[in-house]
Design a protein around this ligand. Sequence first.
Ligand code: AMP
Ligand code: MG
Length: 352
Amino acid sequence: METEVVEIDAKNITGDAKRHLERAGEIIRNGGLVAFPTETVYGLGGDALNPESSKKIYAAKGRPSDNPLIVHIADMEHLERIVKRVPEAAYRLSEAYWPGPMTMIMEKEDLVPYETTGGLDTVAIRMPNNEIALELIRQSGGYIAAPSANRSGRPSPTLAKYCIEDLSGNVDMIIDGGQVGIGLESTIVDLTSDIPMILRPGYVTQKMLKDILGEVEVDRTIIDGNSKQKPKAPGMKYRHYAPKGELKIVQGSQEKVIEYINDEAKKAKDSGKRVGVICTDSSSNKYLADSVKSAGNRNDENTIAHELFKVLREFDDEGVDVIFSESFDDSGLGRAIMNRLLKAAGHNVVIL
Ligand code: AMP
Ligand code: MG
């Protein structure tokens, strides 16, 4: 299949951009696939109410079919049609954080095929905060099933070029809307349990959810990487975001971390390996390695969220064999950053 790539500026959806989106909507209504930008990461979209479209999404990504897709909507009326009941908490959270990087899980209505929910009786729903995504959803009939637009297991794409790399030939269209704003996937909150529970940490933090709902729990498996329990979001059990090189996270005082990484980097280089380091602005001139990349500024975690997946992908492009990463605070947005980094590293951590 030939994949068409179109560029659209989210701030100016008129003329050609509008026509591209009308055509993209038609592709989705006819059962095709379109990759598009959201504020979190790029999504791989198909008609959420068409079981054949969902099957195509799994095939294009190489994703296990028990890993459910998130349904993207553009207005609240559409929400009411695909769930059995909209819980009070969902109205309050949507008022506070939609459109935005928060996905809510509710009981699904029969209209939503099991192919989209990975066989579950619940459905994950989000209203993205990006004009290209919202207009595409409206043009597509109101419901786009969209996981991240990467090959399964690879870092989520924050730029269209990574969608092109992973999906060319397997999707009908890729919409290039530039680098995404947030850079990490949405927070997932399950509203089907007595107390709402975070199944995947994201930009909307536990504190932000508690501010609206009072009590909010976190799935144990997110906090405890060695937990033998099964994660409640099926996708969280899979190795994810992994770069091609071996990634190790180093925890400790900054001084010790720098010393350890420089020692290990030298050993790896001496044995003929290419070495990469993930650090922050304040330490980037302290490392000796083939490739040293700052993920951002420790005092502004948004910058780290924004760059993390891109940095992992760049190491792949550079053919790096071993990557050492500094560690980040595990609170607020840091929890989402560390969750992705730990998964990318397969929980390979040294504590000094
Ligand atoms: P992605 O869209 O690739 O970021 O992945 C979607 C994530 O949402 C995966 O981790 C899924 O397991 C999770 N998810 C989607 N639907 C449900 C659901 N009904 N219940 C629990 N988790 C879900
Ligand atoms: Mg994903």
